[in-house]
Design a binder for this molecule. Structure first.
Ligand SMILES: [Mg+2]
Length: 366
């Protein structure tokens, strides 16, 4: 592809991985972890530097340095779509989904941030805003938490003005019901979401849905495996009125989201720009939701999704995830804080509005 006469060639593209310990042991219905790795990408052009990131394995940084950076360097920084397409094509034989998609996502985010900085506009203004702010829901409530930890976290979010919270379930069906009831008594009239991370089978998921309805649970995420589209559809059809079935966080490409919607599997689609191809891929997911007439909710990575959810008219809310709130505050300046339960991108700052704190990050270098 030939560059336009006013092309601004992309210069250096770098990547590095940082592993940050959690503040307590964490688990959900199907996974336990004690640290989180973030891969941070910087891309430069005409004296500006864009930053992007993905929560993934450190190997993604190697993939970026060895394989993706040479593809992107020298391209016009204004033509992000061409970089996205060539990256997606190039990883065909190593597997486009998974690790490669997270690497592409981080580069794509850096390119969007770079373009916005070159034009001296915020990312939400570059894409085009649909709204000024996006409601968030507090997300944590790990199955590893004690009851006091659960109460402190969920209650703290509601006390700060956040109107919805999500907790993990899926380790012990009876304990799940008791903890959901405890959460309900803690948060008053706030909305309560649960996420089983695919831990239940169909029969148990249906029984739990009926039980959770007594505590006014309005969101049941991955009641069964996201790979069981027929199962999700079954739960969706039989779930109590007013309880949304949600999934989509493992979508690495637009076709995944299309299949999920074609199966009638969800009431709300989730997408994660750090996995599904950066802002470019996230906006494709939003277009698929628009076509289907379904709402979209972003998965984790709040600093990235605040802008994208304000640009996507189908976005309902943003996941304000405990681990990533901590990490983004530690590693970036300019991180947004919820006001009145919503994140409002600062349009006076170019791009994502965040600056990487290299010196603070060094001790976490992976
Ligand atoms: Mg989830």
């Amino acid at each position: 592809m030939s560059a336009s006469p006013a092309a601004i060639p992309i210069g250096r593209v770098s990547a590095a991985a940082y592993t940050i310990p959690t503040d307590a042991p964490e688990s959900d219905g199907t996974l336990e972890w004690s640290s989180t790795t973030i891969v941070v990408v910087h891309a430069s052009a005409a004296g500006r530097v864009g930053v992007g990131y993905s929560y993934t394995h450190a190997a993604a940084a190697h993939l970026i340095i060895d394989t993706l950076a040479p593809l992107v360097t020298g391209r016009d920084a204004l033509d992000i779509e061409s970089a996205y397409v060539v990256m997606m094509q190039h990883v065909r034989n190593i597997g486009r989904q998974g690790l490669a998609a997270t690497a592409i996502s981080a580069v794509d985010a850096a390119l969007w941030d770079l373009k916005a900085r070159l034009l001296d506009v915020s990312l939400v203004a570059l894409v085009g805003a649909a709204r000024d702010a996006i409601p968030v829901y507090g997300s944590g409530g790990f199955t590893s938490y004690t009851e006091p930890q659960l109460v402190d976290q969920l209650g703290g979010w509601v006390a700060s003005g956040i109107h919805a919270v999500k907790m993990k379930i899926g380790r012990d069906a009876a304990a799940d019901r008791a903890r959901v009831h405890l959460a309900r008594t803690t948060i008053g009239d706030a909305q309560l979401f649960v996420d089983a991370n695919g831990a239940y089978d169909r029969t148990l998921a249906l029984a739990q849905a009926d039980a959770f309805a007594h505590d006014a649970v309005v969101w049941f995420e991955e009641p069964v495996s996201s790979d069981d589209l027929d199962g999700l559809r079954l739960i969706r059809d039989r779930a109590p009125a007013g309880m949304d079935i949600a999934a989509g966080e493992y979508g690495f490409e637009p076709q995944y989201f299309q299949r999920m919607l074609d199966a009638g599997a969800v009431d709300v689609l989730q997408a994660d720009a750090t996995r599904c191809g950066g802002p470019t891929g996230f906006l494709r997911a939003a277009a698929i939701c628009d076509a289907a007439g379904l709402p979209l909710s972003s998965h984790t990575a709040p600093s990235l999704h605040a802008h994208l959810c304000c640009a996507a008219s189908c976005a309902r809310h943003l996941e304000y995830f405990h681990d990533h709130i901590r990490i983004e505050r530690q590693l970036f300046d300019g991180v947004l804080e919820p006001v009145g339960g919503a994140l409002r991108p600062d349009r006076s700052r170019p791009g994502l509005g965040i600056e990487f704190k290299q010196r603070d990050a060094e001790r976490y270098a992976a």
